[in-house]
Design a protein around this ligand. Sequence first.
Ligand code: SAM
Length: 284
Amino acid sequence: MTETLQKGTLYVVATPIGNLADVSARAAWVLAGVDRVLAEDTRQTRRLLDHLDLHKTLTPLHEHNEDRQLAPVLEWLRNGESLALVSDAGTPLISDPGFTLVRAAREQGLPMVTVPGASAVTAALAVAGIPTDRFVFEGFLPPKPGARRKALEALAREARTMVFYESPRRVAGTLGDMGAAFGSDRPATLARELTKAHEQSVYGTVADLAEQVAEGLIPLKGEFVLMVAGAAASSSGLDVNSDHLLTELMTRLSVSDAARMAARITGQGRSGLYQRALVLQERE
Ligand code: SAM
């Protein structure tokens, strides 16, 4: 390695999302060289360090102690220690702790270096088969069904591919709500257990995926990423401005019928179009 490890620097280090062989040579070199490793779960990180044959001091840094740990961690950096921040899996700060520390280090002008590697969002998109030129990462949806439905309805007109992290307990319910919000014909990919022994990546419509989950062809075990094509990519192919269409339809139909008709014409989700129709009606 021609690079020299910098004193007083926070290294934000990505680790594998399952397969330990995915750890980069640079990540291993940084973990070997730093004075301390700040770990979300010390047992999980110990497994990675054992794999790399490294024996390091591990300091817990997770969502429950990040605020409390901030002052000592910043002090260590100011005293010239080099630190590595790692999460359980993948890239720290991506639906994982670390933001409070990184923001504080940024505000205090302390040096930071990123050590990139795996993240479930990019790993899943790479084999999804739905557009990846533009995408929006939504992380975890709200766990309560009402809030989840609202969040999805607000995304019904999103033109970019949407990426969600989801727990196995909620995948079936989320797919049902996605069908209602986006239309059950929307192309989607469900990725499960990426880089692990039971890796699975299934492409279809939202309805196909819900069916395969219901039939047990996609077991509700392990870790999941759900990706859904944006509204534009899944439209009928007609260049229709849905605001104009809804406005025109509402001159003859009720809001609800106009939304249903617009959903059939454009391929967009009925609930999203209904919400939009209500907004347009208020503007009239
Ligand atoms: N920081 C991680 C990253 O960069 O992807 C994400 C951490 S977040 C707490 C954990 C979620 O990421 C899981 O619930 C799942 O949605 C997704 N995930 C992590 N590893 C995965 C894998 N091997 N296969 C599929 N999804 C995964």
